[in-house]
Design a protein around this ligand. Structure first.
Ligand code: ZN
Length: 262
């Protein structure tokens, strides 16, 4: 009996080592709630060794993911719907998910926007205000066109994308408040969502209160997981991170466990 259990343990270790697909979160319990998905680039990058490969989702894969959401009863929600549920403390929306995109890359306008329009799916894009209109990033005209479609909301990803907790207090405040001011001036509407540069390691007890002091309602991080629904605030919003090159099984794990691998 003992040798039988030992043999099974050895076999399990071997299988985990031999097949990376087994080293995923399928064995964790499924979690219900609000899944904020984090993306960056939308485009085609063929070299899996490239630094941006995990941060680049192929348009055809993103399309499959949107179709998967529709086929499986998920509801892609807008920032406005998140705000309404947050303010009311209740919501009848079933299986809410939100598509979020960090940095404001030009390929979001070129490759993501047509998909959002095709499937009538809302999204939230976090802009680095100093980089708007520079090479590889969207222009204010493109941003306004997306906003006018009613499908895309914009949040702040700071002025200059520096690691906020490494900055002196006055710089932290400037990155958070000045980016909000610029966005509100350019977009003509309140900006209520902030996303920390460098995600989970990008904020601390000194940084986070400044976000709310500046008047934001929501702070998005790269802490992985599924959020409670309706969202009640208190902690930062966790995000699941579908990476370039991942399969639809990974996507299913992202939506049900908040992450595909440990
Ligand atoms: Zn970023």
């Amino acid at each position: 009996m003992t040798w039988c259990i030992a043999a099974l343990a050895v076999l399990a270790v071997y299988l985990f080592w031999r097949f990376p697909a087994l080293r995923k979160t399928w064995y964790l319990p499924k979690r219900k709630g609000f899944v904020a998905l984090m993306y960056h680039h939308v485009g085609i990058l063929d070299d899996p060794q490239a630094e941006q490969f995990p941060f680049t989702m192929r348009p055809d894969m993103l399309e499959r993911q949107i179709l998967f959401l529709k086929a499986n009863g998920y509801t892609p929600i807008s920032l406005e719907e998140l705000t309404t549920a947050y303010r009311a403390g209740k919501s009848s929306i079933q299986k809410p998910v939100m598509l979020t995109f960090d940095d404001g890359y030009l390929d979001n306008y070129q490759n993501l926007f047509p998909l959002l329009k095709k499937y009538n799916v809302p999204a939230l894009i976090f802009l680095i205000t100093d980089r708007v209109g520079t090479p590889e990033y969207m222009s204010w005209d493109q941003i306004k066109e997306m906003q006018d479609s009613g499908l895309v909301s914009f949040g702040s990803h700071s002025l200059s994308h520096r690691r906020l907790r490494s900055l002196p207090d006055e710089e932290i405040v400037r990155e958070i408040t000045e980016s909000k001011r610029v966005l509100e001036e350019k977009l003509g509407r309140p900006v209520t969502a902030f996303c920390y540069p460098f995600g989970a390691g990008g904020f601390d007890k000194r940084v986070r209160p400044q976000v709310f002091k500046a008047g934001y309602l929501f702070d998005f991080s790269t802490k992985k997981g599924v959020n409670p629904w309706p969202w009640k605030g208190k902690s930062t919003l966790r995000r699941a991170f579908p990476r370039g090159g991942e399969t639809m099984f990974d996507y299913h794990l992202q939506l049900t466990r908040g992450q595909s691998k440990l």
